[in-house]
Ligand binder design. Structure first.
Ligand code: ASP
Length: 451
């Protein structure tokens, strides 16, 4: 059994939904389908989820919401019209939305999640309705009936462990099953959503629950690319990646899959295939637990991300002071900060943090505690710092890679402020100033992919 998830651009209008349905029907193993809400049809368009958030906002603030409701309904009306589904389904969608607004009036969090989830829920009904109209055995699956149970963290839910056994029953339902992504239900029976982009998470949970052969994630690009196409001109496609490589690359700026998405399929050892709805002939990128890297291609991708900061701490004889590092990290923990990396020397340590998390207010508290409690010689915060990651399973035991990378950065006339490599050797990190990031990524890319 294959679990296939289709993203927002695949659902954007009737023509896209027809493409999706022909992809579903072209493979008899593609029987468990997860759908997003309709996304943007063109660059200036608005996603249905954003229209729904605007609708919920209006309703929660007690304003008139009719025009926001109409904006949503007319998106579905155009889709239903293009799929020749008849007007009944539109009345149902309109009533469904009004029902959600009425049921959760006065409960802003619950109202927002229930309205947000209507995008996926109604899209699943439309897709199931269309496949049925073509004469196929198909059903819409209600996440409530099957038991997709989530924690009651509205807008940021986590799957509850019992969901997996509940969802395994999907295997017993014959034909094609269309499941709405992005939401589930609390134990108390209220709608609750994952973070934005969370339909990917739904697909991953379903694939793990039914023990799928593959989790196909259909989007609007042919594959994952070896660098950000906005920085590097026409980067190479990546055909195979391991979970570890994907995790490192998405941490450092690749945005193909939602951060939490891979966890359920990773634990279950299920491969993920990223594919393109607009070019179904392309084989896409396959993400697996292991792979055999090509010795001539030790690096699989180069990523860069701006907006980090670091706290630089120096103290004479720091390396002899038992517990120094723990005390620094404790101060950060007390401030609710998680740290990213801690490159260190004998008498200094740099703690790299996400710049947006270290607000000016938190910075003042943290710095004054470090100064007072640890009697340091120097503590300074530096902002506007980028990290660059070079990633590849083939980097392990490969001689001369660091030399090639640093030489490339030097040739771009960039000063490296920090270097970090863990013992797993599948990634190397370089810290540079924000304005130097793009040219560093371009230089490293040329070294490893064009030379
Ligand atoms: N429709 C939701 C969003 O736009 C979830 C998703 O598409 O995955 O965030």
């Amino acid at each position: 059994m294959k679990v296939a998830k289709f993203g927002g651009t695949s659902m954007a209008d009737a023509e896209q939904i027809k493409k999706v349905c022909s992809i579903i029907l072209s493979d008899t193993e593609r029987t468990l389908i997860v759908v997003s809400a309709p996304g943007k049809r063109h660059a200036n368009d608005v996603k249905v989820t954003d229209l729904l958030i605007a609708l919920a906002g209006k309703a929660a603030s007690g304003g008139a919401w009719e025009s926001e409701l109409n904006a949503v309904v007319s998106r579905y009306a155009a889709i239903a019209d293009g799929l020749k589904l008849g007007g009944g389904i539109i009345t149902e969608i309109e009533n469904d939305l009004k029902g959600r607004l009425a049921k959760y009036a006065g409960h802003e969090e619950k109202l927002t999640d229930a309205v947000k989830a209507a995008g996926e829920d109604n899209t699943a009904k439309v897709v199931a309705g269309y496949l049925k109209s073509l004469g196929h055995e198909v059903c819409y699956v209600d996440p409530k009936d099957i038991g997709m149970l989530l924690s009651d963290d509205y807008g940021n839910a986590q799957v509850l462990p019992e969901s997996y056994d509940n969802l395994a029953r999907l295997k017993q339902i014959p034909g094609i099953k269309v499941f709405p992504g992005f939401f589930g239900y609390t134990r108390a029976g209220d709608v609750v959503t994952f973070p934005r982009g969370g339909s990917d998470i739904t697909g991953s949970i379903l694939a793990a629950a039914v023990g799928a052969d593959v989790y196909e994630n259909f989007t609007d690009v042919d594959s994952v690319f070896s660098a950000n196409p906005g920085i590097v001109n026409k980067p190479e496609a990546i055909t195979a990646l391991t979970y570890r490589e994907m995790r490192e690359l998405s941490y450092a700026g690749f945005t193909v899959l939602h951060e939490e998405t891979l966890l359920p399929v990773f634990k279950a050892g299920i491969p993920v295939n990223i594919r393109n709805t607009n070019n179904p002939g392309a084989t896409g990128t396959m993400i697996t637990i292991t792979r055999h890297p090509d010795p001539d291609r030790p690096v699989v991708g180069v990523a860069g991300k701006k907006g980090f900061c670091f706290i630089d701490i120096s103290k004479y004889l720091m390396n002899r002071e038992v517990g120094f590092g723990r005390k620094v990290l404790q101060i950060l923990e007390d401030a609710g900060l998680s740290y990213e990396h801690t490159p260190s020397g004998i008498d200094n340590i740099s703690v790299i943090l996400n710049g947006s998390k270290l607000t000016q207010e938190i910075e003042q508290k943290v710095i004054s505690r470090i100064r007072k409690e640890l009697s340091v010689d120097l503590v300074e915060v530096h902002r506007g710092f980028s990290i660059i990651f070079i990633v590849g399973e083939g980097m392990r035991n490969s001689v001369g890679l660091a030399a090639r990378a640093t030489q490339a950065i030097a040739s771009a006339d960039v000063n490296i402020e920090m270097i970090n490599q863990g013992a797993s050797e599948i990634s190397m990190m370089f810290g540079v100033q924000d304005p130097d990031m793009d040219k560093s990524v371009q230089a490293i890319y040329s070294e490893f992919f064009r030379s």
